[in-house]
Design a protein around this ligand. Sequence first.
Ligand code: UP5
Ligand code: MG
Length: 196
Amino acid sequence: WSPEQVTVLFVLGGPGAGKGTQCAKLVRDYGFKHLSAGDLLREEQDRPGSEFGEMIKTYIKEGTIVPMEVTIQLLENAMKKSMEEEGKSLFLIDGFPRKLDQAHAFERSVVPSKFTLFLICPESVMQERLLKRGETSGRADDNAESIKKRFKTFVETSMPVVDEFEKQGRVVKVEAVQTPDEVYEDIKGKLREKGV
Ligand code: UP5
Ligand code: MG
């Protein structure tokens, strides 16, 4: 396949900003293929025989960024599979890139994104959501200690990616504090403006 055949939108925002929730709505209405980098890493972590399982587990618990070679390979494989098996060419890549090296490598070696949808949410709101989800999610990083580390990584390591895309005029910002449906209405309006 060639980059001309596919459209990629990145969906970024802090931990618990609602990336997965909004992506599910976009899949329903627009026929995107949703690829969550975090979900792909958790699947790989649990895949019997994976040589990366233990490493991924440690990074996720500590809220740090798994080396990009692993994540980019998982994303590329998933894109390829989706194109071959489902004929999809419109991708929402959720929670990636979250470090500048990943952003540069992916856009150079896989495909440049059309733009990034960025969900803006205060930490206090995100923390409340994640702690609540942690009561039932079973996610190893939905606890107060890991959440604090995830927030630190987001500010120090992931925001520079958004800042760089923003300087290039490639970020669409949406406030993500309202109800999921209200946030989604905003997203649809902004996508319309972008011609999606
Ligand atoms: N919720 C959602 N929207 C709401 C709203 N508007 N009002 C009220 N509640 C709302 O939502 C989180 C919770 O909030 C849910 O309970 C939801 O119902 C509720 P969700 O849609 O899941 O938010 P999301 O932004 O997807 O949160 P998530 O926890 O998935 O974000 P993270 O970015 O922390 O998680 P991710 O899975 O992307 O990454 C996990 C880890 O993987 C990273 O910390 C890192 O260690 C690793 N990783 C990498 O190393 N590299 C990568 O490229 C990606 C991940
Ligand atoms: Mg998510």
